[in-house]
Design a protein around this ligand. Structure first.
Ligand code: NAD
Ligand code: MN
Length: 495
């Protein structure tokens, strides 16, 4: 029961109600086996860590360990950076740009060939629904390599009148929400511009980056052009602090981003940061409501809300608030939560126990501060890490759930009366990564978009991505862009 129904308010006919429909299980059947353990990828080879240490990687849908990952130490880092330097000076750096492009095309094609296997691995290791890893992550991963393969020998056109030159050895540290996609966003432009790479995946999702390394081997990529070292925060700290690094690219939490900015301050290192977000979806009274409900649902529950540009605040115009919330509640109840490897699953597992703890504690703060929780009543699996998709009404801009990034399937609903109040509330955040506008009126879209302080703004849609379109933030969401011509600028010296 939802609050407006409980209070006896009128609701429209239930067009989206599908909770009563049940589907037979439809498990992914593609056979995939994880390795017993994963080594470091240094100088074109898989090598055991000099530390001799491995850490457990867990399948979040079961909570059980499914493989071991090497923990890189100082000597391993030195070897990776040295190999990247050698490749920059001897092979990849001096190579003709058109030749570099051929390697990138080869990688892109191999990614397409192995897309199904990689999608299953991504889902097993990270908990996201197979439908998403199959239909969203993997196609975009390949698209990023294709896109940048095309740029490799056309950089003079990306920077007319300049002589763009590579920067050197880049350190790239990425998060766990889109493991392969974030690797692609970072590696493809770096290589296309002639740089070499030392990449560190997140500790909970290192598996697919190491399968990507196998693709690099198969494509014959010169040893050292990309090295992959695994480990947790300390390994990341040591990598960005390494004196052999020329550029640091980081995606993750604002807290760690600030620490990295402090660590590279005063050095020769260049830096780009893609950090947190607290995006607002603005729904005006004239918006097509069912489409807006779909967009809001996709904006926050996609990938369990583990999305930096998630539309985690809903600002809805007062006149339609009750109606909109009623429809949103009905749609929420139809979301299927459970086995990420089931093709019917909408919402998968929370990536880790720690992340589930952070989400649960923020939900607790919402209840404590007086907001009203509406959650789906679906059953959750008995093992693993799960969170029912939910939203809060009665949220004020001062509430923690309105200010802090939750990074989970939790939506905070607020209202506005006038367009200027909508803009003021949407901008009332330390973040500025993305925003959504829902209205029937084209002129309003342009007017509001020009006033929002956000790097990406979607109108009457949400979560659309393309390698040609730059992505990045304002304010504490970071600086620098990924994708498009703007994204290339982070990997060249303009000359
Ligand atoms: P995090 O920022 O701690 O981790 C991201 C990456 O940075 C990982 O590879 C991690 O090992 C590495 N890292 C951690 N500490 C480091 C340090 N001091 N120096 C260098 N590298 C370091 O993110 P998290 O702990 O996994 O998640 C915490 C919060 O971050 C989430 O709740 C969410 O709000 C936010 N987050 C944002 C994004 C994003 O895409 N913007 C992605 C993941 C998490
Ligand atoms: Mn894992």
């Amino acid at each position: 029961m939802f609050w407006n129904e409980m209070k006896g308010k009128k609701t429209t006919p239930d067009l989206t109600f599908a909770a009563a429909l049940d589907y037979a299980p439809s498990p992914e059947t593609f056979p995939v086996t994880l390795k017993k353990r994963y080594e470091l990828f240094i100088d074109g080879k898989f090598v055991a860590p000099k530390t001799g240490k491995y850490f457990a990687s867990v399948n979040p849908a079961t909570g059980k360990r499914h493989t071991l990952i090497a923990e890189a130490g100082k000597a391993d880092l030195d070897a990776a950076v040295k190999s990247a330097r050698r490749a920059f000076e001897k092979t990849w750096g001096p190579m003709a740009p058109s030749e570099r492009g051929k390697y990138l095309f080869r990688i892109a094609r191999l990614l397409q060939e192995k897309a199904r296997e990689l999608a299953v691995l991504e889902t097993m290791d990270g908990g996201k629904p197979i439908r998403e890893s199959r239909d969203f992550d993997l196609p975009l991963v390949a698209a990023h390599f294709f896109h940048h393969a095309g740029w490799a020998d056309k950089l003079d056109y990306a920077f007319p009148g300049r002589k763009p030159a590579p920067i050197g050895v880049t350190a790239q540290v990425i998060p766990w929400n889109f493991p392969l996609l974030m690797a692609a966003w970072k590696i493809a432009p770096a290589l296309a511009c002639g740089n070499t790479v030392v990449l560190k995946p997140a500790e909970t999702t290192s598996v697919t980056a190491l399968h990507l390394a196998e693709i690099f081997q198969e494509a014959g990529l010169p040893p050292g052009a990309v090295n992959i070292i695994t480990g947790a925060g300390e390994t990341g700290t040591a990598l960005v602090a390494h004196p052999g690094i020329d550029k640091v690219a980081f995606t993750g939490s604002t807290e760690v981003g600030k620490r990295i900015a402090a660590a590279v301050a005063g050095t020769k290192k260049r830096l780009t940061l893609e950090l947190g977000g607290k995006a607002a979806n603005l729904v005006f009274a004239d918006a097509p409501l069912d489409e807006a409900v779909e967009g809001v649902i996709n904006g926050i529950y996609f990938n369990q809300g583990h999305v930096c540009c998630a539309g985690s605040r809903l600002l809805v115009q007062e006149a339609i608030h009750d109606e909109f919330i009623a429809r949103l509640g009905r749609r929420l109840r139809t979301l299927r939560v459970g086995d990420p490897l089931d093709k019917n699953t909408d919402v998968g597992a929370i990536n880790s126990k720690e992340q589930l703890g952070r989400i649960t504690s923020l939900i607790g703060s919402g209840i404590e501060e007086g907001a009203e929780l509406h959650e789906s009543s679906c059953a959750l699996p008995g093992e693993g890490y799960w969170c029912r998709p939910c939203f809060f009404t009665g949220v004020t801009p001062a509430h923690r759930i309105a200010r802090e990034e939750i990074f989970g399937p939790v939506l905070s609903v607020m209202t506005f009366r006038t367009p200027s109040e909508a803009v003021q509330k949407a901008n009332d955040t330390c973040y500025g990564l993305s925003a959504g506008i829902w209205t029937d009126k084209g002129s309003r879209i342009f007017k509001i978009a020009s006033q929002l302080k956000a790097g990406v703004i979607w109108a009457n849609t949400y979560n659309q991505f393309d390698p040609a379109s730059p992505f990045g933030g304002y304010k504490e969401s970071g600086f620098g862009r990924e994708g498009g011509r703007q994204g290339l600028a982070a990997y060249v010296k303009p000359g």
